[in-house]
Structures are given as C-alpha cells and as structure tokens.
Design a protein. Sequence first.
Length: 37
Amino acid sequence: MRMFGLSRLGHALWAVLEVLADLAMLDAGPALGPVQN
C-alpha cells in the first residue's frame, strides 16, 4: 500500500510539473522558440 501511495503522489507531482512546464513554455515561447529549433 505504501508503494501505491507513493506512486500516486509521484504521478500527481509529475502532472503538476508538466502543467508548470507548459505554462513556462507559453510565457517564454516567442523568446526561446528560435533557440530551441
């Protein structure tokens, strides 16, 4: 059960990190777009 709990917590944290990363990409998109390509 502990492993399952940690797994769910990890997935939740990862989902939050992905959302924050998406927001950061949108905010810095025009500036970082040419550099990343």
